[in-house]
Design a protein around this ligand. Structure first.
Ligand code: ATP
Ligand code: MG
Length: 410
């Protein structure tokens, strides 16, 4: 593969802004994949996939069809995105529009040939009558006679407050009537109740699949697997650092690896090394989403050069947290000492933590618990990896020290 080809291919393999839609590039997620497939293959079961922003929910839903095709199933699996103003009918119109099937019809005359035409399921809806759970059931029943149907309703958290109950009714009806079609609701949320309010009523019909952050091992797979496709390799240290810097969020793994690999390719190397990683991190910082960079800037800006906002934010981003992303003030001490080169007591940065929880500087953090026992969490999970990388490029911490702290966290 020549340099130019490889540069283009890298952009197809590492897609920080787009979900994975090919199984070949999809890493890990064995347990979640199995849970979703089990539900799809069992009549009367439906699925809710939920988790933090950016952990890979849409990607899992998008590779399902390829997986099922691999099992020899003929499958239709459209994915629709919910928009803020959508009502129940709007979502189903999008789904039916995307559900295309081939219809065979005999022409006219003596021994007429079979004629095939592609139709969308919208053409089966009569006139402009309302679309209700009942209409949906009838239509899905009709369509599922021909093929396995999986309907992915993505970004459902945007409309769940208004439509959660109606969607639960739909699930219940599809399940009770044993319609062989699977509904997969996908959205951001800590628990399934972010998607379906009274989920107890559909408990048995609904597989609840929590997408956790990716493990270091899974992130390493993304680096190695992707580079392998274009005939490159990463120095194991580089691969492990990219995984640690990503903090479980594959978006950053794609962003950093893409830039690092392009840097290696530019110098005609087959091995992605630490100098390429440094360039990758710089590029990831300068190409971060604007919402992330402005949020960070607002949180740490100060007229005084000796203020600690930037350093405390960095220490928070490196702090050991629990599986839900919460950390204590005590956990900020160690990374802050690494950044400042000397220990700091909680009293000297408590004010910074408080300000990070208030409007003036964000809020970038939220806190729970009682006084003296607060736990903090970044409101946007995509912020901490950015803060760490920008701390490295600004020389607030060395990449060695950042890696040392992060690898002791997983
Ligand atoms: N299993 C995986 N293997 C490789 N890359 C992945 C995997 N899962 C997700 N990614 C990558 O991670 C990024 C985020 O993935 P995705 O869009 O699926 O997340 P999401 O949870 O749907 O995000 P959001 O909450 O913003 O909708 C994308 O760049 C995607 O390509
Ligand atoms: Mg998504």
């Amino acid at each position: 593969m020549d340099r130019l080809d490889r540069d283009v291919r890298l952009g197809e393999v590492f897609t920080p802004a787009a979900p994975i839609d090919r199984l070949q590039l999809f890493a890990g997620r064995e347990a979640q994949r199995r849970a979703v497939l089990d539900a799809v293959l069992q009549r009367g079961r439906h699925v809710a996939i939920f988790g933090e922003r950016g952990v890979g929910k849409t990607s899992l839903a998008s590779v399902l069809h390829e997986y099922l095709e691999g099992l020899g199933q003929s499958i239709l699996a459209p994915r629709v995105n919910c928009d803020d103003g959508d009502d129940y009918a709007a979502i189903w119109r999008k789904a039916f529009d995307a559900l295309r099937f081939i219809e065979q019809r005999r022409g006219i005359g003596f021994a007429p040939p079979l004629e095939e035409s592609v139709r969308s399921a919208t053409s089966l809806i009569s006139g402009d009558g309302p679309i209700t759970p009942h209409t949906v059931r009838m239509l899905l029943e009709q369509l599922s006679a021909r093929q396995t149907l999986v309907i992915v309703v993505d970004e459902f958290d945007r409309v769940a407050g208004r439509l959660g109950t109606q969607m639960a009714d739909t699930i219940k009806m599809l399940s009770d009537q044993s319609v062989p079609a699977t509904l997969v609701l996908v959205g951001v949320g800590e628990s399934v109740s972010a998607l379906i309010a009274q989920h107890e009523s559909v408990e048995r019909a609904l597989a609840q699949v929590l997408m956790p952050r990716m493990s270091l091992w899974e992130l390493q797979q993304i680096v190695d697997g992707g580079l392998d496709v274009v005939g490159l390799r990463a120095d194991p240290i580089v691969r492990d650092r990219i995984a640690a810097l990503s903090q479980g969020l594959p978006h950053y793994t794609h962003l950093i690896t893409l830039a690092a690999a392009r840097h290696a390719n530019d110098r005609a190397a087959d091995l992605v090394e630490t100098e390429d990683l440094a360039a990758g991190v710089r590029s990831a910082v300068s190409h971060a989403q604007e919402t992330i960079t402005t949020t960070h800037h607002r949180a740490v800006m100060s007229a005084r050069s000796d203020s600690l906002y930037r350093q405390v934010a960095l220490a928070c981003a490196l702090a050991q947290c629990d599986e839900r992303g919460y950390f204590t003030a005590g956990a900020v001490r160690r990374p802050l000492a690494a950044v400042m080169g000397r220990p700091y007591e909680i009293g000297s940065f408590a004010k910074h933590l408080n300000e990070f929880c208030a409007d003036g500087r964000g809020p970038i953090l939220e806190k729970i618990g009682a006084r003296r026992n607060y736990r903090y969490r970044f409101r946007n999970p995509l912020l901490p990896p950015y803060i760490v990388m920008s701390g490295i490029t600004q020389g607030l911490i060395s990449d060695d020290d950042a890696a040392g702290i992060q690898s002791s966290l997983d």
